[in-house]
Design a protein around this ligand. Structure first.
Ligand SMILES: [Fe+2]
Length: 330
């Protein structure tokens, strides 16, 4: 069902900015558990030495890496830049008085590494733009034309997300994170809600409404990775796919207001989430998105079930312990 991703690499000329979240890296205590979870979710999971690589079945890009650690913890983000911008970024960091730090990646010393205000590192690296450069694939049911349009339940195929849409991080300060990702990395605010509660940023080189977002917490952390699927049916079918494997905890199906995407969040084995997302707003490189601050109660979702009580809880913060509650399957 999934076609290969073929995207022109759009660029807003004269603007210095990262173009993609090239890769996220998290640690978890048990790689076997992670391999099973992400495979069930529909990703292509590859054993790579002491780590897992997270891919989709739509291309060769590695969107995430899972390494071993005492607990689930955000390790670092790698942000992609165009080759012609790399020297300019070096100079930009110098002009802002930002010190580079040693590589945290045992496999590579590529790129530039800097600390975020929250205290975890970000790598800036030359790489292909992996954020979409055109509106994502969207399949809607055709006109009835005398025949039923629902997927036939007996013929349903496993859902395989197409690409990483965005990552939501916990942050100690949404305001400080916004300042860092805008002033240092060139991202732009799409929308925010509340006072230092949550904010969403996109790349001026073209990306989904948000490729990164920040939610206020006592500590930094990795709230969720959001994976784009082709239809609202795939959001629902993905939810069923995970429930059948015992992963019934989560939130959705619903529709976000900011970003507009239909969602189903699956709670992962460590208390974070993995999102099936469809029809998120797209911000082309030619458009200045009308950023605004919104009331929190008119931001999160237009419709859907009540929010899961621990949806905003940061299990990476000290003092929070997640007890996995996977339903046994027959
Ligand atoms: Fe999301």
């Amino acid at each position: 069902m999934n076609k290969p991703l073929t995207m022109a690499q759009t660029k807003r000329l004269g603007v210095l900015a990262v173009h993609s979240v090239d890769e996220f890296v998290i640690s978890v205590p048990n790689l076997d558990v992670a391999e099973e979870f992400y495979s069930l979710f529909g990703l292509r999971v590859e054993r790579e030495g002491d780590a897992l690589g997270l891919y989709t079945f739509s291309g060769a890009h590695r969107y995430g890496r899972v390494i071993s650690g005492p607990k689930k913890r955000l390790q670092w983000l790698t942000m992609g830049v165009y080759a012609e911008d790399f020297e300019a970024f070096k100079n930009h960091f110098k002009s802002k008085g930002i010190q580079t730090i040693a590589s945290r990646d045992p496999l590579s010393s590529d790129g530039l590494w800097i600390d975020t205000p929250d205290g975890f590192p970000v790598q800036i690296k030359v790489c292909e733009k992996s954020s979409p450069s055109m509106p994502p694939n969207r399949i809607f049911a055709p006109e009835s034309n005398g025949a039923g349009r629902s997927p036939n339940k007996s013929k349903v195929q496993k859902v395989h997300p197409r690409y990483l849409s965005h990552v939501l991080l916990f942050t100690k300060s949404v305001t400080a994170s916004l300042a860092f990702y805008e002033d240092v990395l060139g991202l732009r605010m799409s929308d925010s809600a509340g006072d230092d509660l949550i904010a969403f940023v996109h790349s001026p080189h073209g990306s989904d409404h948000h490729l990164l977002a920040f939610l206020k917490s006592d500590d930094y952390g990795f709230h969720h990775a959001s994976w784009a699927v082709d239809s609202i049916d795939e959001v629902g079918l993905g939810s069923m796919q995970m429930a059948a494997a015992g992963f019934k905890e989560g939130w959705g199906v619903g529709r976000h207001v900011l970003g507009s995407n239909y969602f189903r969040y699956i709670q992962d084995p460590w208390g974070g989430f993995c999102e099936y997302s469809f029809d998120i707003d797209f911000v082309p490189h030619t458009i200045d998105w009308p950023a605004a601050n919104h009331p929190p109660d008119d931001s999160l979702y237009a419709w859907g079930p009540d929010v899961k009580p621990d949806f905003g809880l940061n299990y990476e913060a000290s003092g929070q312990e997640f007890v996995a509650n996977r339903t046994p399957t027959n």
